[in-house]
Design a binder for this molecule. Structure first.
Ligand code: AHR
Length: 508
């Protein structure tokens, strides 16, 4: 079949919330201590620790719109008062959640990186802070005091404390998560949906009393874990939340044997096909959560979804050495297209996690590198625009095999496209993923209602093969190459290289 891509610039379908390109940091394994921070006196738990400038610089280039902290599962064992005031006086504790898994996921809690350090870091990056309170082992009163510490003026008890800790101006944190994965037996404070909803309201109301302008994220569940949780929480909490949190990792750690079997029996290309098709399974699951919201709150409900943990994950060692390849970067770009298509409800996304733990960047001692995932973020952050345009694609497709929690799929299109337009209508970027492992795809491209002038930016994420990866000292094996082309060389037909993502950036 001849491939065709048709973009209609006169049909703006939806605004894409930039917060879908968000990040997440947690005191788990070496994400914060040993990732974001380096120990100036290695071996001494109390540090001093300092923020790594290479990680800050690279993260800044991604212009993270939102940063979630302190967890994750860690948040439900975290007492915020441990992490404020003079660092030498802060307690050194066992990590209440992750220490149960031993040194692998981190035993000690240095409390060096606390509230003010997180806020300074978010400020430096220009990221909207998103804080998850301790619902599991904490109380509504403690959460409310934390809001006061963050947002209260100098006249309040906690606001004064913040000022005496060197920050006279309120931090003004708008986004607050109440609980994390409470549907799971593994979570501290695990409960049924109605108990969760009841306590959620206690927390919410106590926090709202301190600051009525907050936005709340309540715990939702992917249908893989519970088909009824979302509806019970939404009705139990009377819809008094702004976002419902959904976490999805595929093919799934618990499916590790299935993944090994697929790889063993069917080889690397089967794994490639399943992983690049995985965003379609995310989309199906996000649509189920959106349907839950509509069913309980009605079609006009303004409650959105925060996909505030997402990534690939199939074995424990990825928490230490993720080793992502070009294949996985194609998955990330597919996830951006998935979130573009779901933009009516998906208003936030936070990849898990920023450094080392399944991370988009990795560190080892003084060395560091950017994984292919990093370049996927860079491509969309540099060239994406806020308006989703109507796009139609005709192309060949393939059948993808089952891999753990990713089901087999019959007709996965080789091309996955998303067209975005700038607010003033002068810039249009067409992103095209070519999932074909071995062949380029020649496609006709038409832009209705947009007349590109002059040169087109051509930005291509690719590498020598689907298994190509970056590493310390060579983090450009998989990267984005940019060039310029005359419009006439790009339209009306373009050849999209095998296993690549191309951003065609037009201006009129
Ligand atoms: O991202 C790692 C962990 O995975 C998070 O703490 C938890 O919420 C999830 O299950």
């Amino acid at each position: 079949m001849g491939s065709r891509i048709e973009v209609d610039a006169s049909r703006i379908e939806c605004e894409i919330n930039p917060m879908i390109y968000g990040h997440f940091i947690e005191n788990m394994a070496r994400c914060i201590y040993g990732g974001l921070l380096e120990n100036e006196r290695p071996g001494r738990a109390r540090g001093p620790w300092k923020v790594r400038e290479d990680i800050v610089d690279w993260t800044s280039e991604l212009r993270p719109p939102v940063l979630r902290w302190p967890g994750g599962l860690y948040a439900d064992g975290y007492f915020w008062r441990d992490g404020i005031g003079p660092r030498d006086a802060r307690p050194l504790r066992r990590n209440r959640y992750w220490s149960r898994y031993g040194p692998f996921t981190s035993v000690l809690d240095h409390n060096w990186f606390g509230t003010d350090e997180f806020m300074e870091f978010s400020d430096r990056l220009g990221a909207e802070p998103y804080v998850n309170v301790n619902f599991g082992t904490g109380s509504a009163a403690e959460a409310a005091r934390w809001v006061e510490y963050m947002n209260g003026d100098g006249e309040t008890v906690e606001g004064e404390r913040r000022a005496s800790n060197g920050h006279p101006e309120p931090w003004q944190v708008r986004y607050w998560g109440i609980g994390n994965e409470m549907y799971g037996v593994w979570a501290l404070g695990h409960s049924g949906p109605l108990d969760y909803a009841r306590r959620y309201l206690e927390f919410r109301d106590a926090m709202a009393e301190v600051d009525p302008g907050l936005r709340y994220v309540a715990v939702g569940a992917d249908h893989y874990f519970s088909k009824t949780w979302n509806r019970e929480v939404l009705s139990g909490a009377e819809g008094r939340m702004d976002l419902l949190s959904i976490h999805i990792y595929l093919p799934g750690m618990e499916r590790v044997l299935g993944v090994a079997a697929t790889r063993g029996l069917r080889g690397g290309s089967a794994m490639y096909q399943a992983i690049v098709a995985a965003p379609l399974e995310f989309e199906r699951r996000l649509e189920l959560a959106a349907e839950d919201i509509r069913a309980v709150m009605g079609d006009d409900s303004d409650i959105g979804i925060a996909l505030d943990e997402w990534n690939l994950w199939w074995k424990p060692s990825q928490l230490l050495v993720p080793h992502w390849t070009l294949r996985d970067a194609l998955f990330i770009c597919g996830m951006f297209h998935c979130m573009h298509r779901c933009a009516e409800t998906v208003r936030m996304g936070n990849i898990a996690q920023l450094v080392n733990v399944l991370g988009v960047m990795s560190t080892a001692g003084a060395r560091s590198y950017r994984s292919p995932l990093y370049y996927a973020f860079l491509l969309y952050r540099r060239h994406g625009h806020p308006m989703r345009l109507h796009t139609r694609v005709e192309c060949d497709d393939f059948e993808s095999p089952r891999l753990g929690g990713i089901p087999s799929m019959r007709s996965v299109p080789f091309l996955d496209c998303s067209a975005t337009l700038s607010t003033d209508g002068s810039k249009l970027t067409l992103f095209v993923i070519n999932r074909n492992l071995s062949e380029e795809v020649r496609a006709s491209v038409s832009l209705d209602g947009f007349t590109p002038a002059g040169v087109t930016g051509v930005h291509c994420l690719n590498g020598p093969g689907e298994g190509a990866a970056n590493w310390y000292g060579r983090d450009k094996t998989v990267m984005v190459e940019s060039s310029e082309a005359d419009v006439g060389d790009v339209l009306p037909e373009y050849r999209f290289p095998a296993h690549s993502v191309t951003a065609l950036a037009f201006e009129q």
